[in-house]
Design a protein around this ligand. Sequence first.
Ligand code: SF4
Length: 324
Amino acid sequence: MNESVILAGDGLVKKFRISSRRASSNMLTAVDGVDLTLNRGESLGIAGESGCGKSTLSKIMAGLLKPDHGAVSYKGSSLTGLSGDGFSQFRRSTQMIFQDPYSSLNPRMRIGDSISEPLGIVGMSAERQRAELTRIMNSVGLDENVRNRFPDEFSGGQRQRIGIARALAANPEILIADEPVSSLDISIQAQIINLLLQMKSDLNLSMIMVSHNLMVLRHLCDRIIIMYLGVVVESASAPDLFNRCRHPYTEALLAAIPGLGNGQNSREKILNDDLPSSMSIPGGCRFHPRCRYAADICQKEVPKLFEYASRHTAACHFSKQIYG
Ligand code: SF4
């Protein structure tokens, strides 16, 4: 194992059975053969449209969902091979932050008790728990005097701070956040993004951030992978992805960002229809029905991920011809 890799997914596949009489297939393919690595201290973004499999992938990496095939390794050991204690340690070391912090908080529990719950699990004395609670609440910008209030007394941004505080109380090495700011007002989004950046640098956390918003990931992440219908189509450092993308789908996502596209490549021109269903995935390159560069080969042959530059991979038959 590369010593710097803290979490890795190898050949991950996850399908869900759907009950529908009208569907031609009753299996929905959410993740379809994904490899990924997270290095210590790195923040990795996972982007793509709704339904591309990014949330499912993040839950697999957090150990909340079991893959049908493939394995997740934590510090070189497969999760399936971990003992009960080993798996508990992994679950403490890997904390999730959810899109809707309200749903992850017990509405009948005072927020001080919610945040300090993980401290009690590791056997911390009541006196130390109190001191830790104060420290953690201060670190995320919450006044300790509100610890006796209930979740419904807080705004969305404050609830997300509570969710982050609860995650930090477990003293994690890895944070996995699924759309952590998408339910918040724009002004609050910036506060939470800055808080996550500060936590990452203060605590040397490794992070996986899931978002449909590439600009959020650009601020938060060192590296970004782009998913399309369950597979990774591009992976690059955040600057490389924004300055020199190498996949037509990434190009289309970037062109859709207000102020970033060149004005001619509007989303209507590049992505003029919806993501196909994950229950009937197109053959060949999955993106071919929506790709403006598609040729005959794209309908027949699956493009492989190819490394065009250091740690910059893309899966497109014509990447070199299109992007040089
Ligand atoms: Fe487009 Fe073909 Fe490249 Fe797929 S392989 S992204 S269809 S050009």
